[in-house]
Design a protein. Structure first.
Length: 349
């Protein structure tokens, strides 16, 4: 909208130094220009607040994610507030004051040199939004840091648990121990039976009885389940399962942390660009109003003015670059058929 309406009307005004489109179009141009710039700021605040809720109040946020009516209401409210900040003043200032101070052939707002109004409006348009966005961004960063510390503490605590504790809690380990105990009992019973048989035939062959007792003793010392090889296999199996489980948990934690850090990083970029584009104009506008344009060069004021429109041009590029969900939503709005066809093509391939 800024590129289609505001800039084409402003370029001839800058080149010639004279407004040639009349008073009515001048007021419409001023209303649209102030509205678009202010709504851009308020939308940044709304998006930052949305990211703030998604990180700090994830459960409540997911529960309300399908509420389209509430989302539309918030977006409409942004545009209404943006219009109320400057729109009524642009339209009705000359009627309330009783006269117009704008010379013929020029186009700017009646409050252009009113320091008190500009200071109040700038507080609502730049300073308050900038502090709010900084607060949301800082809260997100601190929340991510806190969650990172908690997750790492829990992960290290699980990682440092001994294998013995894992064996005691594991159902497979308990079953393995029961099996060993049962086979040890079976071996003991076999030994007793072998001893009784050996004593029964001791009268015929004392040598054979001794050999039988020795064989029974050897078999009792080596139970089938609890030999060293089977115990090592059982332990290695449990260790492998534990390592796989911990590796899966580690991958999940790293994915969540990288995702949260990406959210904080993208917000920091948006806030930084917002500050760079808006701070010069806001400060120069207030100073210019205080000294009635005598202490600020026209070149620097024009440069700061164009930075506002550059911000409107940069924002649509920043959001898709920083947010994959925004990118998908943007594609869905522009090319709904493409989004519907993709899953079908993927199934065919």
């Amino acid at each position: 909208l800024a590129g289609a309406f505001c800039i084409p009307l402003y370029v001839p005004y800058v080149l010639t130094g004279r407004w040639i489109f009349g008073r009515s179009l001048c007021k419409l141009w001023l209303v649209v220009d102030y509205l678009l710039c202010t709504s851009s700021v308020f939308n940044i605040v709304l998006i930052s607040y949305d990211r703030f809720l998604s990180v700090t109040r994830a459960v409540t946020y997911r529960a309300q994610q399908g509420n389209t009516r509430q989302a539309v209401l918030k977006m409409v409210l942004v545009w209404v507030l943006a219009f109320l900040l400057y729109g009524p003043a642009i339209i009705s200032w000359e009627y309330i004051s009783g006269q117009s101070i704008i010379p013929t052939g020029e186009c700017y707002a009646e409050f252009f040199y009113n320091w008190y109004f500009l200071m109040t409006a700038s507080t609502l348009e730049f300073f308050t939004p900038f502090v709010s966005v900084m607060f949301f961004n800082l809260s997100i960063y601190l929340n991510i840091q806190k969650r990172t510390k908690m997750r790492l503490d829990v992960f290290h605590e699980v990682h440092n648990q001994s294998f013995t504790e894992e064996m005691e809690r594991s159902p497979e380990a308990k079953l393995s121990l029961k099996c060993c105990k049962w086979e040890q009992k079976e071996s003991a019973e076999t030994l007793d039976l072998s001893k009784s048989k050996a004593q029964g035939i001791a009268s015929t062959s004392s040598l054979d009885a001794k050999d039988l007792l020795a064989t029974s003793s050897e078999s009792s010392r080596k139970p089938k389940c609890c030999n060293k090889k089977s115990c090592k296999n059982s332990a290695s199996t449990l260790c492998s399962e534990k390592r796989m489980k911990m590796a899966s948990q580690s991958t999940t934690q790293h994915f969540r942390l990288s995702r949260d850090k990406k959210v904080a990083k993208s917000l920091a970029i948006i806030v930084g660009i917002f500050g760079i584009c808006w701070a010069p104009y806001t400060l120069l506008m207030i100073i210019r109003a205080g000294c009635h344009g005598q202490c600020i060069s026209e070149f620097w004021y024009e440069t700061s003015f164009w930075l506002l429109w550059i911000n409107s041009a940069v924002n649509p590029v920043l959001y898709p670059l920083c947010h994959s969900s925004f990118r998908r939503a943007f594609i869905k709005l522009l090319c709904p058929k493409k989004l519907k066809i993709q899953p079908h093509d993927a199934l065919q391939n």
